[in-house]
Design a protein around this ligand. Structure first.
Ligand code: NOJ
Ligand code: CA
Length: 538
C-alpha cells in the first residue's frame, strides 16, 4: 500500500536517487584502459541492484580531453573513446528498460579550442563566428583587456598572434568562453539540448552555470582583502554570478518545459561559496530544477556543522523548489577519505550514507561511494589532471577519479588493459564482487537505505523537522500522509542518545549491521558513529 502511494505523484529526480558516473573510470569494455559507454551498459545490473533512479554521465562528447571531456569539440556526438551515437542509444534504451533515467553533462560556458565554432572564430576578426567567443583588443601597453583570472591558473586572456586580439577563457587556454550575449550562440546551445532531449535523454547536469553571463563592459574585478594571488584573490562581481544569468536560465528552462519530466541540475561553484546564491539559481521555480549544494564538501565531520548547513540550505529553498545533497564528486576528495579515521572511518561513511539518503532532498551519489571507495594515491608521473601542472600537484583531482573497483586482481574488474589511472589501494578487499555477497557490507547498506527510502513516502518526499538530541547527534523526523520516519545519527566518538517521539516501530535499519531495531522509538542510545532510521506507526 505504502509503496503504491509513494509511486503516485512520484517524480524521479525529486524523490529518487541520482548516481554520478565518471565515464573514463566506470567500466572499460574494450581493454584500452579507459571506461566507455558499452562498459556502463554492461554494469547496469549493478545499478539496478543498488536501486538508483538515474545516472548522470560526466561529459562523453568528442573532446581533445585537455580537461577530460569538459572541453567539448562537438556537442552532438560521442567521443570514439567512449563509443558512438549507436552505443549511446543502446545504453539509453537498456537503462530505460530498467527504469533508470540518464542525464548528460552540458558545458555551456566554454567549448574546446578545437570546436569548429572556435576554429572559425579565430580565423579573422571579420569571421561571422568571431563574436561567438569573447575577443578583445589589448590595452595600449599590449596587456590583457582586464584583470580577470583563469580558475585553472594565470590570466583569463590568451593572446592570438594571427588576429592580434585576446580571447577569454575562464579555465584552460584550450577552453575558450562562449559569448552568451550573442543570440546565435544562445540558439545554437539550445539546439544542443533539443538534440539530446529528442533522443530521449532525461535531463542535464549543467557545468559552471554561474559563469555564462559576465559584465558586458568587462570591468576589472576588485581585489579581495585575503590578499591571495590568482582567482581566489579577487571578488568576482564581474565574471561570476552576473544578474543576467537568470534571464538566460529562464530561457533554458523553457527548452526543458517542452519535454515532460526532464530535469536540470546546475553547478553553481562560486569562488567564495554562498548557499543563498546557490539557492537563487532555482529562481521562482522557473530556473534550475536543482542547484548542487556543495556545503557538505567544505566542512568538517561534526554534527554542529552538518546541522548548520542543513538548516541553512533548507531555509533558503524557495517555495515550490527542492533541495539536494552532495558529499562527493569528480572535483573533490571523496568523503570517505576526507573524513577517514583510524577506527571510525568505515562507520562514519555508513552514517554519511544514512544522512544522505534520509534527508529531505535529492541525494547525488558518486560512483564507488556505495562500496566506501577511498581516494587513490597517484604518483606524480601518473598524474593526468591538468591542475597538477597549471597550479600544483596537490590540487590534482586524479585521486577521486580512480577506476571503479568491481573485483580484486590486476584490473579490478574495470579493465583487461592498463587503466588510465592506477587502481586505488585496498581494492582486493574493497570491491563490488566481495561486498555483493556480504549483507553487512557498505554496498548492502546503500542498497537497503535506497530500498527503505523508496518504500517510505515520508523519506522520499515528506516534511523535515529536527528532534532534540545530544550535541554529537543529528536527529530528525519526516512525515508524509500515512507515513512517518525518525532518524538519529551519532557523529561523535562517544556513546550518545536522542529523544525521539514515542511510537511503535514497523521497520527501518541500523547502520551497525546486525544490531536489533527497538520495538518502540523514544529515547535511543547510539554507539560512536552509529545511526538508526526508524519507520514508525503514523
Ligand atoms: C566544473 C567541472 O566539474 C570540472 O571538472 C571542470 O574542470 C570545470 N567545470 C570546467 O568545465
Ligand atoms: Ca574503453
Amino acid at each position: 500500500m505504502a509503496a503504491t502511494a509513494a509511486m503516485a505523484g512520484r517524480l524521479w529526480w525529486k524523490h529518487g536517487v541520482i548516481y554520478q558516473i565518471y565515464p573514463r573510470s566506470f567500466m572499460d569494455s574494450n581493454g584500452d584502459g579507459i571506461g566507455d559507454l558499452d562498459g556502463i551498459r554492461q554494469r547496469l545490473d549493478h545499478l539496478s541492484f543498488l536501486g538508483v533512479d538515474g545516472i548522470w554521465i560526466s561529459p562523453c562528447f568528442p573532446s581533445p580531453m585537455k580537461d577530460f571531456g569538459y572541453d567539448v569539440s562537438d556537442y552532438c556526438d560521442i567521443d570514439p573513446m567512449f563509443g558512438d551515437l549507436a552505443s549511446f542509444d543502446r545504453l539509453l534504451a537498456e537503462a530505460h528498460a530498467r527504469d533508470i533515467k540518464v542525464i548528460l553533462d552540458w558545458v555551456p560556458n566554454h567549448t574546446s579550442d578545437q570546436h569548429a565554432w572556435f576554429l572559425e572564430s579565430r580565423r579573422s576578426v571579420k569571421d561571422p563566428k568571431r563574436d561567438w567567443y569573447v575577443w578583445r583588443d589589448p590595452k595600449l601597453d599590449g596587456s590583457p583587456p582586464n584583470n580577470w583570472q583563469a580558475i585553472f591558473g594565470g590570466s583569463a586572456w590568451e593572446w592570438d598572434t594571427e588576429t592580434g586580439q585576446y580571447y577569454l577563457h575562464s579555465f584552460l587556454t584550450e577552453q575558450p568562453d562562449l559569448n552568451w550575449r550573442n543570440p546565435d550562440v544562445e540558439a545554437a546551445m539550445h539546439d544542443v539540448l533539443h538534440f539530446w532531449l529528442k533522443r530521449g535523454v532525461d535531463g542535464f547536469r549543467i557545468d559552471v552555470i554561474h559563469k555564462i553571463a559576465k559584465d558586458p563592459e568587462l570591468r576589472d574585478n576588485p581585489l579581495h582583502e585575503n590578499g591571495l594571488p590568482g582567482y581566489l584573490g579577487q571578488i568576482h562581481v564581474n565574471d561570476e554570478d552576473h544578474p543576467d544569468v537568470h534571464g538566460m536560465l529562464r530561457s533554458i528552462r523553457r527548452v526543458f518545459d517542452r519535454y515532460p519530466e526532464r530535469m536540470t541540475v546546475g553547478e553553481v561553484a562560486l569562488s567564495h561559496p554562498d548557499p543563498a546564491v546557490t539557492a537563487s539559481y532555482l529562481g521562482k521555480g522557473d530556473e534550475l530544477d536543482l542547484a548542487f549544494n556543495f556545503s557538505f564538501m567544505l566542512g568538517p565531520w561534526t554534527a554542529a556543522d552538518y546541522r548548520r548547513e542543513i538548516d541553512q540550505f533548507l531555509g533558503l529553498i524557495p517555495a515550490g523548489c527542492w533541495p539536494d545533497w552532495v558529499l562527493s564528486n569528480h572535483d573533490f576528495a571523496r568523503h570517505a577519505s576526507r573524513h577517514d579515521h583510524p577506527e571510525l572511518g568505515e562507520k562514519r561513511a555508513r552514517v554519511a550514507a544514512a544522512l544522505m539518503l534520509t534527508l529531505r532532498g535529492t541525494p547525488f551519489l558518486y560512483y564507488g561511494e556505495e562500496i566506501g571507495m577511498r581516494d587513490g594515491v597517484i604518483p606524480e608521473d601518473r598524474m593526468q589532471d591538468p591542475l597538477a601542472w597549471t597550479i600544483h600537484p596537490k590540487l590534482s583531482r586524479d585521486p577521486e577519479r580512480t577506476p571503479m573497483q568491481w573485483a580484486g586482481g590486476a584490473g579490478a574488474g574495470f579493465s583487461d588493459g592498463e587503466p588510465w589511472l592506477p587502481i586505488a589501494d585496498g581494492h582486493d578487499q574493497r570491491n563490488v564482487e566481495t561486498q555483493r555477497w556480504d549483507p553487512g557490507s557498505m554496498l548492502h547498506l546503500y542498497r537497503d537505505l535506497i530500498a527503505l527510502r523508496r518504500a517510505t513516502p515520508a523519506l522520499e518526499g515528506g516534511s523535515f523537522d529536527w528532534v532534540d538530541s545530544d550535541t554529537d547527534v543529528l536527529a530528525w523526523k519526516r512525515r508524509a500522509p500515512g507515513s512517518r520516519a525518525l532518524v538519529a545519527l551519532n557523529l561523535g566518538e562517544a556513546p550518545a542518545s536522542a529523544r525521539l517521539p514515542e511510537a511503535r516501530v514497523t521497520g527501518g535499519l541500523h547502520t551497525a549491521h546486525g544490531s536489533p531495531l527497538p520495538a518502540r522509538s523514544g529515547t535511543v542510545e547510539l554507539q560512536p558513529c552509529e545511526g538508526l532510521v526508524l519507520v514508525v506507526e503514523d
